[in-house]
Design a protein around this ligand. Structure first.
Ligand SMILES: [Zn+2]
Length: 248
């Protein structure tokens, strides 16, 4: 307990002193604030989860996520409690649109990597686990091929995503289907893409170029992320046309 008190008392003056020795002073306080924010998210998660969000809301406690980001996500899904809404409101007064824009600035979670897929499915050339899936009649979408060559493990996720798109009417946003299976590296990197294992798809590519902001609505994206997909719009270099399986 004493150590905790000493740590808290020293924290502020040490942060200020440290500032004088920093080489890169620009944005230093903001960086420190962000680290404290992430720390507070992890450290006090039982408290935040109890008082700021409703049952079923997106949980606090991820190590690399800020409180503002979690608040932003719960703002979108309307799962903030009255206290959560107040904190959200205060942060937005301090900086316009703070919580919402914090969502976009955050890398959300670790995505499945090509290396993990290599371990599970072997080299992509083997096309292990690949199949030609015939889209059921009730899930047919005009711009989507009637048969999709993909990984067997992707089918249940395609079914739920297509069902969500159709039932919410967001299917009208789907303008082009830009493929699933293709053996290739992630653009601008040496990492093997999940397309190589038939575990990723691209849509509306012409309107969502690499590194550019998304033209897809959050509701459209949610149809996928609710169905076990990760979105390329969460990556450091945004790839908003890209969706890939969130677990293998
Ligand atoms: Zn892709």
């Amino acid at each position: 307990m004493i150590l905790l008190v000493v740590a808290w008392i020293l924290f502020f003056p040490v942060s200020l002193l440290n500032y004088f020795f920093l080489k890169n002073k620009k944005g230093a306080f903001r960086r420190t604030a962000r680290r404290i924010d992430c720390f507070a998210n992890k450290e006090f998660k039982p408290l935040w989860n109890h008082i700021l969000i409703k049952a079923g809301g997106y949980q606090f406690g991820r190590r690399k996520e800020t409180l503002s980001s979690v608040l932003g996500k719960n703002g979108r899904t309307n799962t903030l409690t009255i206290y959560g809404k107040r904190v959200y409101w205060i942060l937005d007064k301090l900086e316009r649109n703070h919580c919402e824009s914090s969502i976009n600035n955050n890398l959300k979670k670790k995505m499945v990597t090509g290396i993990q897929c290599l371990k599970k499915y072997g080299t992509p050339e083997l096309e292990k686990n690949m199949t030609l899936w015939e889209v059921p009649k009730e899930l047919e979408i005009a711009v989507v091929p009637k048969k999709i060559y993909c990984n067997k493990d992707l089918i249940p996720h395609l079914v739920v995503a297509f069902t969500n798109l159709i039932s919410t009417g967001r299917v009208k946003e789907l303008r082009t289907w830009d493929g699933c299976f293709a053996i290739r590296k992630v653009e601008g990197s040496e990492n093997i893409s999940l397309h190589s294992f038939g575990l990723a798809i691209d849509v509306n590519s012409a309107w969502n170029l690499l590194g550019q902001p998304s033209t897809l609505s959050p509701e459209f994206v949610k149809c996928f992320t609710d169905a076990g997909w990760d979105w390329g719009g969460w990556l450091r270099v945004k790839d908003c046309s890209h969706f890939q399986i969130s677990k293998i």
